[in-house]
Ligand binder design. Structure first.
Ligand code: PGA
Length: 241
């Protein structure tokens, strides 16, 4: 399976900053890395600018979210069709910041996953337990609920599906999961998601810990937040062996 590294810039950059960072990443990684897909996911306002910067390179465009309808009276939303026209290949669905801070439910995430696929893009479904859930022994229950609801009705034979295991306690905390945590969770996700989906890890990934995740039995790359805001750090993550 090809590795995938997706930079999730969240709401951290102004459009001109996203453009500059994209240029710097093009300089370092624009020619690509073998057997690896590299995706930049700026906020919606910078998608067109970043698309222009990465045109004619081996980098790909991703979005951090989308709505589930193609068109209509949905003030403030962005549709999968719009993202597709802007050149997006990957779209996050159900990031824990959206589930936790904006009330996104499993049902909404499931609709987003289907809409992304329908528009010919690849969903990056984010799943993962909170610290309380983990400590109470509910990790598998949470993963099962989030994955079963999102994949319900889909053919598990499709290859254009990414599942990002992102334990909430590891996001932006500097406390990444261990190799053992990742193997356990990814193994469980694999048992639910079929043999074709790629499973990646996210949560305080940096250039120092990335190689350990790549040693995990079933880890095809990473969803990178904070560390993707520095071009040299992101390059080192992508080139990890
Ligand atoms: P982080 O974020 O790398 O800053 O922990 C990851 C994510 O939220 O996707």
């Amino acid at each position: 399976m090809k590795k995938l590294f997706m930079a999730n810039w969240k709401m951290q950059l102004l459009p001109h900053e996203a453009t500059n960072l994209a240029s710097e990443i093009v300089r370092r990684l624009g020619r690509g890395v073998s057997n690896t897909e590299i995706v930049l996911a700026p906020s919606h306002d910078a998608l067109a600018l970043v698309a222009e910067k990465i045109a004619d390179t081996n980098l790909m465009l991703g979005a951090q979210d989308c709505f589930w309808e193609d068109k209509g009276a949905y003030t403030g939303e962005i549709s999968p069709k719009e993202l597709k026209e802007l050149g997006c290949k990957y779209v996050l669905a159900g990031h824990s910041e959206r589930r936790g801070k904006l009330g996104e439910t499993d049902e909404m995430v499931a609709k987003k996953v289907k809409a992304i696929l329908r528009s010919g893009m690849t969903p990056v479904l984010c799943v993962g337990e909170s610290l309380e859930e983990r400590e109470a022994g509910y990790t598998e229950e949470v993963l099962r609920r989030e994955i079963i609801s999102a994949l319900e009705g889909l053919d598990l034979d499709i290859t254009d599906m990414i599942i990002a295991y992102e334990p909430i306690w590891a996001i932006g905390t500097g406390r990444a999961a261990t190799l053992a945590d990742v193997e356990l969770a990814h193994g469980f996700i694999r048992s639910l998601a079929g043999s074709k989906a790629r499973i990646i890890y996210g949560g305080s990934v940096d250039s120092k810990n990335m190689s350990s995740f790549l040693r995990a039995k079933d880890c095809s790359g990473a969803l990178v937040g904070g560390a993707s805001l520095k071009a040299d750090e992101f390059e080192a993550i992508v080139r990890s062996k």
